[in-house]
Design a protein around this ligand. Structure first.
Ligand SMILES: Cc1ncc(C[n+]2csc(CCOP(=O)(O)OP(=O)(O)O)c2C)c(N)n1
Ligand SMILES: [Mg+2]
Length: 283
């Protein structure tokens, strides 16, 4: 079993490391999705280093919590969190998207230890998580199912079918975390196909809803704690995030949804993140 990190300062330093990893990986790969990957560093740090009950040395441990990633295009952030927590060597991160690498551009179950589902086609992850939660509940198991979702995929019908089903089966063992970054491939969600009022929609569908700042690691952890006390409803944590968060020239710009950094971008971003690291160390 890995050692949980409880110090917020150490968690912030880990999120900084993960952001740096993600940028280096995407630069080496020369393709991939920057905005969502860097902005989810805080959520993935909270999950892999504090919230999840898991064992990187025994990735198939039956009692582990399951983390389903639905928006597979942000997998660089998950790969970095997984490598830093001990699932595989961090040196392997720079093989992202290379032929023969275990780190495919979208996660592939069975290739890399600890990956619970293959993803890439958006809109399927919540259905997988609901299925797992139904099985675990019926079998009287105590592990939890977590699903990371994007906002763009809430424009797909399958996501809403899964939302209906989770409420019907009163899946108190299911926690979804929605990356509410307001962007999708072609622009802002509210201009392309409006989703709001999202929280009210989830409540009307029978879910417990918590809204948090998706860059506040301690709030993400407390929200996940809160869900453990909700027995008869699934929980949706709406994590409000800034696309590209942590790299000032990427923030809020939809053009960074699916673009890797060039050399000059990487250098500028790493310089900024190193300065941020020093400030965290001084806290
Ligand atoms: C079913 C499906 N349709 C289209 C795509 C192509 N695609 C990849 S990422 C993306 C953007 C969707 O928005 P969101 O998931 O919110 O991504 P973000 O930009 O916030 O990371 C799209 C349309 C896909 N992967 N799956
Ligand atoms: Mg989005």
């Amino acid at each position: 079993m890995y050692k949980k990190i409880t110090s917020i300062k150490k968690l912030k330093l880990m999120a900084n490391t993960i952001r740096q990893d993600v940028l280096k990986m995407l630069y080496e790969a020369k393709s991939g999705h920057s905005a969502g990957s860097v902005s989810l560093a805080d959520v993935f740090t909270a999950m892999y280093f504090n919230v999840l009950r898991h064992d990187p040395d025994n990735s198939n441990w039956e009692g582990r919590d399951r983390l389903i990633l639905s928006n597979g295009h942000v997998c660089p952030v998950m790969y970095s969190a997984m490598a830093n927590v001990g699932y595989f060597p961090t040196e392997e991160l720079l093989t992202l998207r290379k032929p023969g690498s275990r780190l495919q551009g979208h996660p592939h179950k069975g290739t890399l230890p600890g990956i619970e589902n293959s993803s890439g086609p958006l809109g399927q992850g919540l259905s997988i998580a609901v299925g797992m939660a139904i099985v675990a509940k019926r079998a009287g198991k105590h592990h939890r199912i977590y699903a990371i979702l994007s906002d763009g995929e809430h424009q797909e019908g399958q996501t809403w079918e899964a939302i209906l089903l989770a409420a019907k089966f009163r899946l108190g063992n299911l926690t979804a975390i929605l990356d509410r970054n307001n962007i999708q491939i072609d622009g802002f969600t509210e201009e392309i196909l409006p989703l709001e009022p999202l929280a009210e929609k989830f409540r009307a569908f029978g879910w417990h809803v918590i809204e948090v700042n998706g860059h506040d690691i301690s709030k993400i952890i407390s929200a996940c704690e809160e869900t453990k006390a909700v027995y008869e409803k699934p929980t949706m944590i709406i994590a409000h995030t800034i696309p590209g968060k942590g790299v000032p020239f990427m923030e809020y710009l939809t053009e960074w949804h699916g673009k890797p950094p060039a050399k000059e971008h990487l250098e500028e971003a790493l310089k900024y993140l190193e300065e941020e690291r020093k400030l965290i160390e001084e806290e």
